[in-house]
Design a protein around this ligand. Structure first.
Ligand code: AMP
Length: 576
């Protein structure tokens, strides 16, 4: 039934459904909580908390504590190890998702079930309907830089992979994606290929072969799209050779991938000449994407939060083509859809779908000096415009009052559901004493330094940081990978600029009294961040899930080692 309905998706209907759902988000939230607690009332976790079958928000909040992943780990591992009893959910959990681990340095296991699959499709359908109303797609395909991790198993035999791998493997996914014209131009063998470099090369090749049909370019995170076109700059001539001769480069060795590509490739000297001409005519690759894919309507992927630093490069490749920021979700569950596709990524918001989970918000208050938490969370419809909150989710997959660790700002309301802006991960990343700087603060500081480099026509490829306590006092270290060869003068200026751009009162006052030492800029060699990516791929992360770790803690010694072993130049700030 569902699959039939999916194929007949009607965008007006989907928008109407969303409008109806958000009219009285408060009631939908109560009903959603009721459903979650009824379906999972027999779970040991809930039984132990003494809910005794009650499903109202008041009883729920008084019985169930706020938790983090660490609090649930013992339960999750019992499920993963094969304990079939109802532990977190009424029905058995069939799969586990592995979060990227790039933020924490360690991959987390979280439950994945059919309900999460349905939620995913609902989110995708909703944002597609709004997107398609503004930027209608014609019949065709999409170029998707998607990669599936090797399907694994937990000790107890449950499927284990990234959340996207769990989606790809679900039988409902393909139909659902077809309904929203989300058909990848590459064959499955490329998506499921054993080696990311080979898959990326073949995605590019497939994109070129179907260039007239490509309606949009996608990857889960903007980082992978930028990485793909940076790679294109390196391999485009080889791609042209393959197209000309109708034979795949020997760099692709996986037999399954070679076989699938052989079915698509035939000698096409005209296409090879055309691409060569187009590439040669570009100035510094500006507008590459629309040049290659003349019928593409937009570029789609998560471009907010830790992806913002890649926007500049993405815009360069995109030329005039609109950038559209994708929805807000996590391995633990989905939260909100982008229903304002016309907004540029910097101001993208996400409207919470009130029937996919039960949402609470911990108010984050600023007393002028620092951010502190009001311990009493508020409900979805009680949040206030302009305020920041840490988000708490209760899902259909066994997470109850779970702190995701993300900070969001309420920008507006769509009917009665809030539209959120993603602010940052809650974890403070840089802190020595009274200073508190988040990922966002670091991003802003790097952006300022980036402006100095841009004046010299140089770009920041990627960045990270750490707190160095081996000096007395301790100090911040910022790692930058930069294109080209900046002069000593510019780099010294960048270093001072980075230091000055952390405007947190605790940092500035500590710097002034020398309770924090001068900021250190370490310029790393080209390719260093590629090595970090490779390191995570080695741990089983897939490229489309990868987020560069913006602060490298002492536990993340391997990444620290990669960064420190590749330092080309070091500067200390003289800003204070
Ligand atoms: P993972 O743990 O690998 O599933 O990644 C989920 C995390 O990615 C979230 O907790 C957010 O921090 C981040 N994320 C997901 N969607 C977005 C978005 N639309 N904008 C910014 N960050 C996002």
């Amino acid at each position: 039934m569902l699959e039939k309905k999916m194929e007949e998706i009607n965008t007006d209907e989907v928008i109407e459904e969303f409008e109806a759902l958000t009219k009285d988000a408060g009631t939908v939230q109560r009903e959603t909580l009721e459903r979650i607690l009824e379906e999972n009332g027999s779970a040991e976790y809930l039984q132990n908390l003494g809910l005794n079958g009650r499903t109202d928000p008041e009883s729920f909040k008084s019985c169930v504590p706020l938790v983090t992943h660490k609090d649930l780990e013992a339960y999750i591992y019992r499920i993963a190890d094969g304990d079939p009893s109802p532990i977190l959910t009424g029905k058995p959990i069939p799969n586990m998702s592995l979060s990227s681990g790039t933020t924490q340095g360690r991959r987390k296991l979280v439950p994945f079930n059919d309900e999460l699959m349905e939620n995913t499709l609902q989110i995708y359908r909703t944002s597609f309907a709004f997107r398609n109303r503004e930027f209608p797609l014609e019949k065709g395909k999409s170029l998707q830089f998607v990669y599936s991790s090797k399907p694994g198993k937990t000790k107890g035999g449950l499927g284990a992979g990234t959340a996207t791998t769990n989606l790809f493997r679900n039988s409902k996914y393909k139909n659902g994606m077809k309904a929203i014209q989300f058909q990848c131009c590459s064959p499955d063998e490329v998506i499921f290929g054993p080696d990311f470099h080979q898959s990326l090369y073949c995605h590019l090749l497939c994109g070129l072969l179907f260039r007239e049909e490509i309606q949009f370019v996608f990857s889960t995170f903007a980082h992978s799209i930028v990485l793909a076109f940076r790679t294109f700059e390196q391999v485009w001539q080889e791609l042209c050779d393959d197209i000309r001769g109708g034979e795949l480069s020997s760099r692709v060795t996986a037999p399954s991938v070679r076989m699938a590509m052989a079915k698509l490739l035939k000698p096409s000297p005209e296409l090879a000449d055309l691409i060569r001409k187009k590439c040669s005519g570009l100035s510094n690759w500006y507008g590459l994407i629309p040049e290659l894919f003349p019928n593409a309507k937009y570029i789609y992927g998560i471009m907010t939060g830790s992806m913002e630093p890649y926007l500049k490069k993405l815009r360069h490749y995109a030329g005039e083509l609109p950038l559209m920021s994708a929805d807000y979700g996590t391995s633990e569950g989905w939260i909100a859809a982008n229903v304002n596709p016309k907004l540029p990524p910097e101001s993208a918001t996400f409207a919470v779908l009130p029937n996919i989970g039960y949402f609470e918000f911990i108010p984050l208050k600023n007393d002028g000096e620092r951010l502190y938490m009001d311990p009493k969370p508020v409900g979805l419809t009680e949040v206030k415009i302009g305020e920041e909150y840490e988000i708490i989710v209760t899902t259909f997959a066994g997470l109850y009052r779970y702190r995701l660790g993300d900070v969001v700002r309420v920008m507006s309301f769509h009917n009665s559901t809030p539209e959120l802006k993603f602010v940052c991960r809650r974890n403070l990343i840089l802190s020595i004493n009274i200073d508190k700087n988040t990922e966002k603060d670091l991003q802003l500081s790097v952006e300022e330094a980036g402006k100095l480099l841009a004046e010299e026509k140089l770009e920041i490829v990627d960045f990270s940081s750490l707190v160095d306590l081996s000096t007395d006092p301790g100090h911040y270290v910022i790692f930058l990978e930069i294109t080209g060869e900046p002069s000593e003068e510019v780099l010294k200026e960048c270093c001072d600029c980075l230091d000055r751009s952390f405007v947190d009162a605790g940092y500035v006052s500590s710097r002034k009294v020398k309770a924090i030492g001068p900021l250190e800029l370490r310029v790393v060699r080209r390719g260093t961040f590629q090595k970090i990516l490779e390191h995570y791929l080695g741990l089983g992360t897939v490229v489309s899930q990868f987020k560069t770790p913006r602060c490298v803690g002492p536990m993340n010694s391997k990444v620290q080692q990669i960064l420190c072993n590749n330092v080309a130049k070091t500067y200390f700030s003289t800003a204070f």
